[in-house]
Design a protein around this ligand. Sequence first.
Ligand SMILES: NC(=O)c1ccc[n+]([C@@H]2O[C@H](COP(=O)([O-])OP(=O)(O)OC[C@H]3O[C@@H](n4cnc5c(N)ncnc54)[C@H](O)[C@@H]3O)[C@@H](O)[C@H]2O)c1
Length: 179
Amino acid sequence: MSNRPLRIGVIGAGDMGVRHLKSWLQVKGAEVVAVVEEVPERLAAIKPLLETTVGLYADYRQAIRETRPDVISVCLPTSFHAPVSIYAIEHGSHVLCEKPIALSLEEADRMIEAAQWQGVLLTVGFMLRYTVAIAKLKEWIKRGAIGRPILAISENFMEVRPKILMHDRHVTGGLGDSF
Ligand SMILES: NC(=O)c1ccc[n+]([C@@H]2O[C@H](COP(=O)([O-])OP(=O)(O)OC[C@H]3O[C@@H](n4cnc5c(N)ncnc54)[C@H](O)[C@@H]3O)[C@@H](O)[C@H]2O)c1
């Protein structure tokens, strides 16, 4: 295996994309080579975080073709997860896709089949597994401090900018129609 840094592409620079980007920038042995975002103001906002050599793109296909990342973070609304992941996989990239994997089981199966066919890794990020509160809960359960809970309910208050698309059944599997 080569010792060169892993080349990383981040697709989508919204809430999750910026989190992925900032995390990748802290990973030793990883080098961000491309960020893709169709809203120019969002690309401009993350530019100061990046080396001048990082490619900034509006078109994910162009970014993948030109920078050939080893790993792609897919941080787009869910309806884009399958087509973008499959495109990246077909170009030889491993894919870390935001959750949920896709809008349908068929799409998810196509993503998995593409990754198996290409021999690359496809994984789905579920950040709650790694948050401090959940890690603490797991630790308590493991050492038997709180018995054997079968259900945990938690409420998480956080600021989110209005994202009408994120509630659309065609984009995220939500309840509404925004088109
Ligand atoms: N926000 C959260 O707390 C959260 C938590 C876990 C998982 N997720 C998942 O992460 C994914 C992204 O969510 P988000 O909250 O970051 O959304 P977001 O709207 O903040 O970000 C998505 C970004 O993708 C860009 N975009 C959309 N289509 C594009 C395209 N074709 N090419 C280039 N850029 C494009 C948008 O302009 C936007 O900036 C979703 O699948 C969501 O389920 C979000």
